[in-house]
Design a protein around this ligand. Sequence first.
Ligand code: SF4
Ligand code: SF4
Length: 295
Amino acid sequence: MSETGMVLSVLRASFNDGPGIRTTVFLKGCPLRCRWCHNPESQSPRMEIAFLENRCSRCGACVSACPNHCHALNASGHTVDRTACTACGACANACGNGALSIKGKAADVDEIMRDVVKDIPYYQSSGGGITLSGGEPLMQPDLAAEILRRAKAEGIHTTVETCGLASRNVFERIAPLTDLFLFDLKGMNDDLHRQHTGVSNRMIHENAKWLCESGANVMFRLPIIPGLNDRDADLAALGAFICSLPGEHAFEIMPYHAMGTDKAAQIGQAYTCEARVPAPADIERCENQLKAAVR
Ligand code: SF4
Ligand code: SF4
C-alpha cells in the first residue's frame, strides 16, 4: 500500500496556487495558528466535525445518531460537544440538510494521484501542474515527498505552498522534488510574529535563506493584514529581507479577507482577528513600498 496521510481536500482546476491550471492537494495540519487564517479547518492534523447552523432544521436526527451524545437541542440552540467527538461521521450521514460534515480524511498516494493525473492534458496546455498546500504540507513529509516524487515521474510540474516552518532535513528532501516554492512571509518582527501566529519567525527565515542559497525557485507570498503587519517599517523590513537573499525572487501580496470567520465558527474555533479588509488604495500602497524596498 502507498503512503497514507490526512487530506483536507483536493481541488481540481485551480488557478491561484501557481502557474497554469493546477490540482491543489490540501493536506491537513499546520504548526502555525495565524489569527487571520482563511482555512482554520486545515490547522488541526485530525479529522473534525463542522456544523453549519443556518442549515439546521433542528430535526434531531444527529442527536439520535451520535454514539457519544455530542449533539444537544435546547433553548439556547444546537450545541456540539467537540471534546467527546471521535469524528465517526454518523451524525453527518444522518443529517438530511447538509448541516454537518467531517473535515479531513485519510487518503493514500495512489488515491490522490488518480485525481491528479486526470488533468495532465490541462497541465500540459497551460503550464500548470500539482500544488501541495494546507495547512502546512511539510507537516506530513513522507506523504508530501511521495506525492511529489510520483508527480515528477509523470512529468508534472510541482509546487509546494509552505509557511516555511519545517526542519531543515525536510526541506532537503522536498527541494529536489519541487519546481516552485510559494513561501509565506508574515513579518520580520519576531515579537509580533509570535503574537499573531503563535511561533517565532527565526526558523522560517533561516529556511527561506537556505532554499534561496540552494538555488530553489522561490516566490514569496506576503499576507498583508491591516494594523498587524502593514506599517511602513514592517514593509521596509520585509522588502529588505527579500533583497538580502541570493538570487532574484518574485513576491505577491495576499490581501487579508475575512473568509476564515465563518469557517472558524463551523468548527467551534474562536476567530480573534479584528483586522479590516484592506481597500484597493491600501494594497497599492503596500505594493509600491515593497517594490521600492526590493528594487
Ligand atoms: S462525528 Fe460521530 S462522534 Fe462526532 S458528533 Fe458526529 S456522530 Fe458524534
Ligand atoms: S440532523 Fe442536521 S438538521 Fe437535524 S438537528 Fe442535526 S444538524 Fe440539524
